[in-house]
Design a binder for this molecule. Sequence first.
Ligand code: ZN
Length: 149
Amino acid sequence: MVNLILMITAELDKLTDLQPQGGCDDANFPFYVKIRCGNCGEVSPKETCLVAVPKSRELLIFFQKCKFCGREENIVMIPGKGRPLTTEDGETEGYAPSMLFDSRGIKPSTDGTKFEGIDLSSGEYSEYCEKGQAPVMISNLKSKFEVLE
Ligand SMILES: [Zn+2]
């Protein structure tokens, strides 16, 4: 078992507290990563969606039986460990821990991570905020997985 934490950072312009739609513990918040088998090293050709599996006992968000070596592997989310990314984090290029996972046999890679709802695959997002009557922008979004010792 390996504990992996999804770290995010971005420059936030007139925005703060960037987090998944339902908060940092939202296992229903889908995001897409490439999966590498921890046993044979086979990498999924396409991004795989990580999202809560209905009726699972734990917060299971992904499981597979590797097509190549047949090993069963999964990722479980551990709630209560993430926090939103603040403007201050972004200014110092600090990463905020967004979500914690227990990865059993899988190594996810954040190359080309996509977040549902906001297309940040290019690392940028901008829109006009009707409420604040100002343009808001997220740029230089970066994410990575860190192994938690
Ligand atoms: Zn494999």
